[in-house]
Design a protein around this ligand. Structure first.
Ligand SMILES: Cc1cc2nc3c(=O)[nH]c(=O)nc-3n(C[C@H](O)[C@H](O)[C@H](O)COP(=O)(O)OP(=O)(O)OC[C@H]3O[C@@H](n4cnc5c(N)ncnc54)[C@H](O)[C@@H]3O)c2cc1C
Length: 460
């Protein structure tokens, strides 16, 4: 190692000592064992080599970190769980929010969660009051990362997006100021934080409305992959006729034979129809019976359940995964769309994906929020998501083929949660032009020195 490099590393360590002395949380450098434990994301395929991990415990710690970064020439990123990890390299401080773990549920129907909180503790704390949050397909995802990307969950057609329910954020902006953000306090930030992810601020806590839903009728009904054509054909017509109390999707699974995977689903292609019904259980059961009658059901998990069982609808994996998960949005899902999908990703197609899912949108999802937001995809009719092992060389070329096969119905957009904006190109898919310009204005105003890493896309 050269003397110059040695000196640079010593200076870097000295300056991080200065940060350490201002925090109640901790600073971890690459040679410290907590560094990997805290920075390794759920998405194991995303490389994370930040200059340091800042494990914050308070909002003041976030203020100190952003001010320190601003004056010492670092950029700052933020991670709660790493489900939507964004690579972090040298010269970068990664704020890990796990220590911001407060959860308060108010029985009159709203909750407050710190930025390190996942959906599961909110669901558990709300359940005794018969209340439920608008979490996503798995309660293992972080409340803030999910909500700032819009947040389209298994009740989206009944109640809309998680972002639609936000009352307030508490944030630290790139200029190092702590701010409370509501429809009337910093409304430009209130706009940008509901869809714009962490481009404009690091959220320290969020307050949001809950819905009254002690129980739901739903879960997933699984068929053999060989029956996919019949079931998908019926699902198309059936889903189109459903009222807004129903949110549904279907998934082509190719799950390995491993612990946690039900034997009926392991080692072959299966098709799961997911269904969450917020109305009377008997009506929901009757509606789902129409699908059950189409082909032999190999596993039936749908029933009347407490809301705490909501993860059973999508049955997402919980353990960290080395996967890639490309996505797109469709205007509609016709008989031709279904045929093209199944030709490339259905039974006998040789698809290498672990799963390919189609979610039906519409209903409350399609209606504008009470206050304008930075979510640009209300008009999309369906979402497509594929998940495959990152190291499998067949996975991305196969996605390219699937994307090409469905391109006739491509809206040109992707949810910020399913295609996080990293640069000008990905940002153009995540946002329409007007929204992108508004986010860029907010970024310039609150982060004039470009301290927040994810704001990069709005500056390019
Ligand atoms: C298995 C799985 C299931 C999913 N299901 C759904 C779903 O049903 N619906 C849906 O909409 N999305 C879904 N997602 C996508 C998920 O919502 C995004 O990946 C989201 O960003 C995850 O947030 P996180 O905090 O858990 O992840 P992290 O990787 O910790 O954060 C991801 C990003 O969120 C932002 N962020 C996180 N914390 C903060 C903060 N404190 N302040 C500002 N910005 C912050 C940052 O941009 C950060 O880079 C799913 C993802 C996975 C892996």
């Amino acid at each position: 190692m050269t003397i110059a490099l040695d000196r640079a590393i010593t200076r870097h360590h000295d300056s991080l000592e200065e940060l350490r002395s201002c925090l109640t949380g901790e600073v971890h450098l690459p040679d410290d064992e907590q560094y990997a434990a805290l920075s390794t994301p759920w998405l194991l395929s995303v490389p994370m080599q930040p200059a340091a991990v800042v494990a914050v415990r308070t909002a003041e710690d976030v203020v100190a970190t952003v001010r320190f970064a601003r004056s010492h020439g670092y950029t700052v990123g933020v991670q709660a769980t790493g489900h939507g990890a964004h690579s972090a390299y040298a010269g970068h401080l990664l704020v890990v929010t796990k220590g911001l773990d407060e959860v308060t549920v108010h029985p009159e129907g709203w909750a407050r969660a710190g930025a390190g909180v996942k959906w599961r503790p909110v669901i558990e704390a709300a359940a005794p009051y018969g209340l439920a949050p608008l979490n996503g397909s798995t309660s293992d995802v972080g409340v803030v990362g999910y909500t700032t990307g819009g947040g389209v969950g298994p009740m989206a057609r009944t109640y809309g997006l998680a972002a639609d329910k936000v009352r307030a954020f508490e944030v630290v902006t790139g200029d190092g100021e702590f701010r409370r953000v509501t429809p009337t306090e910093h409304p430009d930030l209130f706009f940008a934080l509901r869809g714009g992810k962490g481009a404009t601020a690091i959220v320290t806590a969020v307050e949001f409305d809950l819905v009254h839903l002690p129980t739901f009728y739903g879960g997933a009904v699984y068929f053999d992959g060989a029956d996919a054509e019949r079931v998908v054909d019926r699902w198309r017509a059936w889903s189109a006729s459903l009222p807004e109390q129903a949110t549904t999707s279907f998934v082509l699974f190719q799950l390995p034979d491993m612990p946690g995977v039900p034997p009926a689903l392991a080692g072959r292609m299966t098709l799961g129809v997911r269904f969450l019904w917020t109305g009377a259980a008997d009506e929901g059961r009757e509606l789902l019976d129409q699908l059950r009658a189409v082909a032999e059901v190999i596993l039936d998990d749908a029933d009347l359940k407490p809301y705490t069982a909501v993860d059973s609808v999508h049955a997402d994996p919980v353990d960290p995964m080395p996967v890639v998960d490309p996505a797109m949005l469709l205007t509609e899902f016709t008989d031709v769309t279904a045929k093209r999908l199944l030709d490339v990703a259905g039974y006998g197609s040789g698809s290498p994906q672990l799963m390919v899912e189609i979610r039906q949108l519409g209903g409350a999802y399609a209606r504008d929020a009470e206050h304008p937001d930075a979510f640009s995809h209300r008009a999309a009719g369906f979402s497509v998501l594929a998940v495959g092992i990152a190291e499998d060389p067949r996975v991305l070329p196969h996605w390219d083929r699937l994307y090409a096969a469905l391109s006739e119905w491509d809206t040109g957009g992707v949810w910020p949660n399913f295609g996080p904006p990293h640069d000008a190109q990905t940002a153009r898919r995540a946002y329409d032009e007007e929204t992108l310009q508004r986010i860029a204005e907010v970024v310039r105003k609150y982060d004039p020195d470009g301290v927040l890493q994810i704001g990069e896309y709005a500056r390019s």
